[in-house]
Design a protein around this ligand. Structure first.
Ligand code: ARG
Length: 481
């Protein structure tokens, strides 16, 4: 056991099994197995090309690595109980091909190896997240085009504010997810540097060719300093941040849906495909999917905080503490993907109720600002217009009259400048139509926003397509040249 130990390490003693158990990352590392194998295939090819390993040995090692990949793929691989996936693969290779296995780790340390595995993994996960972000953006766009003209209240301070179109609500969340595309593209660029070749910390005296390994693994460049490289998890932090922020956006969307589905709002009805029940109360139609989307964001934030705290205070170079990055990094990608996938599955079963949304707008004076703006258009100072509309709303509220129904005679008792034309601006539909400036809720303005979302979805797909996945790299490396 434990091949990463010499007599200098052990002085003849055997490692306590409790120490191996405590220090091993093999279990969580298994999610890195494919990346580890691909990294080794590329490293090996470089060693063979530079003459550091003979072609004959390289071929045997190559075949051993490919066999391990195939068995892992078939779910038949049983790795020996080593400290981590790197040692387990080497031990397994040794069991299969003997001494030649010992040449694979030439000019390599687990410190640069694990940095490589993580970077390959993060790139791979970002490709999946971007694909799913594109799916969600396209869903929001499609929905906006189909029933975007439905009117509902917007909220500030969770009080009804102004009428908006459903397309605007959808595009609002779309704008957040479009920013997430940028964040993941940035995280990809940060991860897209080859760390391999700096060895444990100071580089190697052997004539390696990092540039060749970089090309084989399709990294855009090399990391610049080994001391930094082996202790650097900034790319993982950027990735975890992008995931945490994406989950915050999903969480806020979910919070709206949870509220809208309550009887108090009554804006949406959840289809039977997604409504969950209560084990006790027979009448319930609960929005569990959206509550869990909201809840899961806590874990995303936790992962980011745990990585930040892990790196804080570490001295330069590699420290074993870094192995504790595993849970946080490895959970992030699949969690982001699963949240995006469930939103795409569930949102089509959230049905908006036109009448209920309109009633909410009408009963709550959400067009008051429109009246004030109409008076401003007549030349009143805004503050004056604001004050007299406030008076009008106060009187209407006391008498239970909605703004659309105010008689000019009543309005004129408050201010003679309220005439039919001014009062007509309180029509809910007209309120929305008048919002023409960029970024507002009017149809033309929202069409611009939808265009922007299309571009973001397009960009997400393009970026995802140009990111080399671990699978693609394996395909390009599986044949020994
Ligand atoms: N298992 C370690 C990790 O995941 C690999 C590097 C360990 N290096 C060492 N000399 N113990 O970070």
């Amino acid at each position: 056991m434990s091949i990463a130990r010499t007599r200098a390490t052990s002085e003849g003693a055997t490692l306590l099994p409790e120490v191996l158990a405590f220090t091993s990352s093999l279990l969580p590392d298994l999610a890195l197995l494919r990346a580890d194998l691909v990294g080794s295939l590329a490293h090996l090819r470089m060693l063979a090309e530079t003459g550091l390993v003979s072609r004959e040995d390289a071929k045997r090692i190559h075949e051993g690595l490919v066999a391990i990949w195939n068995e892992a793929r078939a779910g038949k691989l049983q790795l020996p109980p080593e400290e981590d996936v790197h040692m387990a693969v080497e031990a397994e290779l040794f069991a299969r091909i003997g001494e030649a296995a010992g040449r694979l780790h030439t000019a390599r340390s687990r410190n640069d190896q694990v940095a490589l595995d993580l970077r390959l993994h993060v790139r791979d996960q970002i490709a999946a997240v971007l694909e799913n972000l594109a799916n969600l953006l396209e869903l929001l766009i499609e929905r906006a085009e189909k029933e975007g003209d439905l009117l509902l209240p917007s909220y500030t301070h969770r009080q009804r504010a102004q009428p908006i179109r459903l397309a605007y609500w959808l595009a609002g969340y779309g704008a957040m997810f479009a920013r997430d595309v940028d964040a993941f593209v940035f995280a990809f660029e940060q991860a897209d540097l080859l760390p391999l070749g700096v060895g444990a910390v100071a580089g190697t005296g052997l004539p390696i060719d990092r540039e060749m390994t970089r090309r084989l693994l399709r990294f855009s460049d090399l990391t610049c300093n080994g001391l930094d490289t082996v202790g650097d998890r900034d790319f993982a932090l950027d990735f975890a941040y992008a995931v945490a922020r994406l989950l915050l956006h999903a969480s806020r969307l979910a919070a709206d849906v949870v509220d809208f589905a309550s009887s108090e709002f009554g804006f949406v009805r959840l289809g039977g495909e997604i409504a969950c029940g209560s084990s006790l109360m027979p009448h319930k139609r609960n929005p569990d999917v959206f509550e869990l989307v909201r809840g899961r964001s806590a874990r995303g934030i936790g992962n980011l905080v745990s990585l930040l705290t892990l790196v804080k205070g570490l001295p330069g170079g590699y420290q074993r503490d870094l192995q504790e990055d595993r849970a946080a990094v490895l959970e992030s990608g699949p969690m982001a993907v699963s949240v995006l996938e469930i939103l795409v599955r569930a949102l089509p079963h959230v049905h908006f109720d036109r009448e209920a949304c309109l009633a909410a707008l009408r009963e709550d004076y959400t067009q008051a600002t429109d009246l004030a703006e109409a008076l401003v258009a007549r030349g009143l100072p805004f503050r004056e217009a604001y004050r007299i509309v406030g008076e009008l709303v106060h009187v209407c509220r006391q008498r239970g009259i909605p703004l659309e129904k105010v008689e000019p005679a009543l309005a004129r008792t408050i201010d003679p400048r309220f005439d039919e034309e001014i009062l007509a601006t309180a029509a809910v539909e007209a309120s929305v139509e008048r919002k023409v400036s960029r970024g507002s809720t009017g149809p033309i303005a929202v069409a611009h926003q939808i265009e922007f979302l299309w571009d973001a979805a397009q960009r997400a797909r393009e970026e995802a397509a140009r990111i080399p996945t671990v699978e693609q790299l394996f395909e390009s490396l599986r044949e020994f040249p």
